[in-house]
Design a protein around this ligand. Sequence first.
Ligand code: PLP
Length: 430
Amino acid sequence: MFNDELVKKIRAAFPRAEKDYTGRKRAFFDNGTGTLVLERAAKAEAKARVDCSANIGANFDESKLAKETVKEGKEAVAEFLNAPSGDTIVSGESATRLLFDVSYAIGKECNGTENVVITELEHYANVSPWNELVRQGKIKEVRFARMNLEDGTLDFDHLQELIDSNTEIVSVTSASNVTGTKIPLEPVRKLAKEADSYFVVDAVHHVPHGLIDVQKIGCDFLVFSGYKIFGSHGSYMYMNPEYMENLRPYKVKPSTNTGPGKWESGTRNQAMFASIKGVMDHFLWISEQVKSQYEGKFKEYSGKRCDYKIAMSATQQNERELSKAVLGGFDDIPGLLNIPKVKIYGITDVNRINERDPTFAFTVDGIPNEDIIKYLWAEGGIATRAENFYSYAVEVFNQQKVNRISLVQYNTLEEVGIFLKALNTICSRK
Ligand SMILES: Cc1ncc(COP(=O)(O)O)c(C=O)c1O
C-alpha cells in the first residue's frame, strides 16, 4: 500500500502529475489512452537519443552503446514479464503492428479451414488482424466469445464452446480498456492448449496495474506498449522461442533468419529501450519504498522478480482503494454507484474489485457524453475523454461512445473526490 508520503514521491517522479505544460492544475484521468511520462524514462530516452543515435553493429563507441541500450531494455522487459531472456522479446512500433505481424506469419501456415477465437472484450488491435486473415481467405472465421452485459465479464462457457479442433489461435485481452474487466488467463490457456492452438495475450491495458508472468500464464505471444506504462511509444512482445524460430514473418532477405531480429523490420529506435529500462527501474524503486510492508511474503519469488511482485502488489492495493472510492464514494461524496442517472459498464460490486483494473466506463441518462467531459475539464480540471476507444465492447454495449476514466499509480483520493463532486454537480442539474 502507498502512504501519503510515497504518493507525493511518486507524483514527484512524473513532471506533469500536478500541472500540465501550461501550468494548469489538473487531474490526469486519461491514462488508458496513454499515461504521463516518468522523468527518469524521459531523461534516459533523451540521453540515448544524443549519446547513441548511431546504428548498432559497428565497433565505435556510439554504436556499441546503442547495442547495449537495446539489450538492456529487452532484458529489463524480459525480467518484468518473467520471460526466459531478452532474446524472447520482439520490439515494434505499436501493439497493433505487432499483432498484425503475428497474424501475417501464422496466416501463412493456414489453409482456409481454421478459426480464431477472440472475445467481445477486445480492443480492435486484437480483432482486425484476425479479420484480415478471413478477408484474405487464410482462415474460415473469427469467433467472438460473449461478454456478459451486466458486468462486462467474459462468458467462459461460451469461449469453451467456440474452441474446437480447427481453432488455430485463441487471442484475448488481459483486461478490457473500457470496463477494466480482467480475463483469467490461465484457464483460457488451458483450453487453447487442449485444442493445440496458439495462445496470444493483449496486455496493453493491464500492464501498469498488475504483475505479468508469461511463464505462469503459459502464453505464446504477449504484447504491451511503453506509452501505457509511463514510457515512450514503442511496443514489446514476448514470443515463445519455438514459434519465434519456426514462423515466417515478412522480412527482407539480408536480415537475420533467427531470433527477434527476424521479426523486427528495419532499424530499431534505441531510445525507446532506454525509456523502458527507466520505467522498470522505477518499479524497482517503488519496491524499495514499500518492501518493509511485505516482509516474509512472496517467498516463492527471488531477485528482481520479488521486487517487481512487491511493487505491483503495492500499486494494485493502492489502485483498489481508489477504485472503491470511485464506485462507492467517500466522506459524504456519492460515488458512481450512487449518482442518479449514471450507468456504469463493468463490474460494480466493490467486493469484486480484484476482478477489475481501475478503469471505469459510464454514461449519464439525458446528458450527452461530450457535455460531461467538457464540464469535468472546465470545472474539475479532470483530463479525460468519451470515445469508442477502438473497443469492440463499446459496440456490444450498443453505444457509440462512453465516458471513461482510468487511474494509475500517481492518481490520488483527492483527485477522485474532485471528479466525483464535479460529476455529482452536473448530474444534479435539471
Ligand atoms: C487493450 C489495448 N490493446 C491494444 C491497444 C493498441 O495499442 P497500440 O497503440 O500500441 O497499438 C490499446 C490502445 O489503447 C489497448 O488499450
